[in-house]
Design a protein around this ligand. Structure first.
Ligand SMILES: Nc1nc2c(ncn2[C@@H]2O[C@H](COP(=O)(O)OP(=O)(O)OP(=O)(O)O)[C@@H](O)[C@H]2O)c(=O)[nH]1
Ligand SMILES: [Mg+2]
Length: 424
């Protein structure tokens, strides 16, 4: 029943400039696509991530078995690999998959909460911020793995806004997107989206994330074993159907509009104002505005419990990767080039100023200035190349003991002049 469309958002907006700030030069395009799993609390992100993990493992195993039986059947580059898993939720208890990189190994969320007198959400946000200060090391690990695996899957914290609207979420997303093809999988709790108002708020959220990240996007209608997602596809593609549903019932009551298997036939005696007049008219107006934005989004239906629809999802990711290569990557390259050119011209300017100063200061000054400065080439290198920082993130496969990261306190200077503010 799942379907996906290949169309892109109506107007491809430029990628965020911050995405290019992580770059010296853009790395080669690796084999892997990273999938950032985002969604409202309880929508099924972790179950979906686990199901995708199992599905890819099964696929890899089946292909391996087929290869063992008939070694010449397919080349190894065409084979699916097992995924590389990253958990970014510091507060999760048990996971249905074994993460290769786990934020819980680095930051103790309960201690962060206790130490800084924070509530659960403040604790998660601060834990994610602390982890992000070390994300360059994680990225190094992911970039290495991206040459070998097909998918890197990132599960995000329960409260969606902690990831989508925080600085750390943006840093993680932009850093990943500048290193490898990156796709956002937006998980929707289908049974809880059958009321027009909840459908609309989910769509609004999805659109805001789409236009914030500018990354290729896949809407994943989850829990299709409980509720078929066909009604949602119809609402997305035809705003009149959505308006019929509104008129047939009220915006917050799903029972008048959707059955377990699809849309209910429109009632003969429709109340055009709806029983909740104001809400209905708000939803009506929003559907007219948003329709243009979301009708071309890729959407698939899956059940994370039965595994149904996972192949559709992987096909949609494949299409989204191509969209990244066609649209996102060229813009990233342009930004990186602009940045390089700017840096080069600023270096030249500084050098010219220095030469001018040396002339003014005479021979002695010139000699001192020469010994005190490095060549322009040297300036691009860090002074202390052996410095690796503290609180290292250790590669998961290593035998070294994993560190616990302590919050460094309000006066912590990261070495680049920025001082980390106290949370809360
Ligand atoms: N029937 C059904 N239940 C599902 C499906 N996916 C997830 N669930 C259930 O939905 C609930 C929430 O799932 P989680 O995977 O913890 O959701 P989450 O989005 O990771 O939750 P937070 O990270 O806490 O926000 C659990 O009870 C799951 O068993 C599905 O496809 N079908
Ligand atoms: Mg979760």
């Amino acid at each position: 029943m799942a379907s996906s469309s290949t169309l892109k958002p109506p107007q491809a907006a430029p990628v965020p400039a911050s995405a290019a700030t992580h770059l010296e030069l853009l790395p080669d395009i690796p084999r892997a696509s990273s999938i950032i799993v985002i969604g409202m609390a309880g929508s099924g992100k972790s179950t979906f991530t686990a199901s995708l993990h199992d599905h890819l493992h099964e696929r890899a195993q089946e292909q391996q078995d087929a290869m063992d039986q008939e070694p010449t059947a397919s080349s190894s580059s065409a084979r699916t690999t097992a995924p590389y898993m990253v958990n970014l939720d510091p507060a999760v208890g048990t996971l249905g998959y074994e993460p290769n990189v786990d934020i819980r190994d680095t930051v103790d969320y309960a201690r962060v909460m206790e130490q800084y007198n924070l509530g659960p959400n403040g604790g998660i946000l601060t834990a994610l911020n602390l982890f992000t200060t070390k994300f360059d090391q994680v990225l190094g690990i992911l970039e290495k793995r991206a040459k070998e695996v097909d998918h890197i899957v990132l599960d995000t914290p329960g409260q969606i806004e902690i990831f989508t609207w925080s600085a750390s979420g943006s840093i993680v997303t932009d850093a990943l997107a500048s290193s490898m093809p990156t796709v956002v999988a937006y998980i929707i709790d289908t049974p809880r989206t059958t009321a027009p108002a909840t459908f609309m708020s989910n769509m609004l959220y999805a659109c805001s994330i789409l236009y914030k990240t500018k990354l290729p996007f896949v809407l994943v209608f989850n829990k299709t074993d409980v509720q078929d997602h066909q009604f949602a596809l119809e609402w997305m593609q035809d705003f009149e159907k959505f308006q019929e549903a509104l008129a047939a019932g009220n915006a917050t009551d799903p029972s008048a509009t959707v059955t377990q298997h699809g849309l209910r036939a429109p009632a003969r005696d429709m109340d055009t104002e709806g029983s909740q007049g104001y809400m209905n008219s708000l939803m009506n107006s929003m559907s007219l505005v948003l329709d243009e934005f979301y009708k071309n989004l890729r959407a698939v239906g899956v059940s994370s419990v039965t595994g149904e629809g996972m192949d559709d999802f992987l096909n949609a990711v494949h299409e989204a990767r191509q969209e990244y290569l066609d649209d996102y990557r060229p813009q990233l390259e342009r930004l990186a080039k602009e940045r390089d050119a700017k840096r080069e011209s600023s270096k030249k300017e500084q050098l010219a100023r220095l030469m001018k100063d040396m002339k003014v200061g005479g021979k002695g000054a010139a000699k001192t200035a020469k010994s005190a400065t490095r060549s322009t080439e040297d300036l691009s290198q860090p002074i202390d190349e052996t410095y690796e920082g503290d609180g290292q993130i250790i590669e998961p496969d290593s035998d070294e003991e994993k560190p616990h990261y302590e919050y460094p306190g309000p006066d912590y200077d990261r070495g680049d002049g920025t001082v980390w503010p106290r949370p809360g």
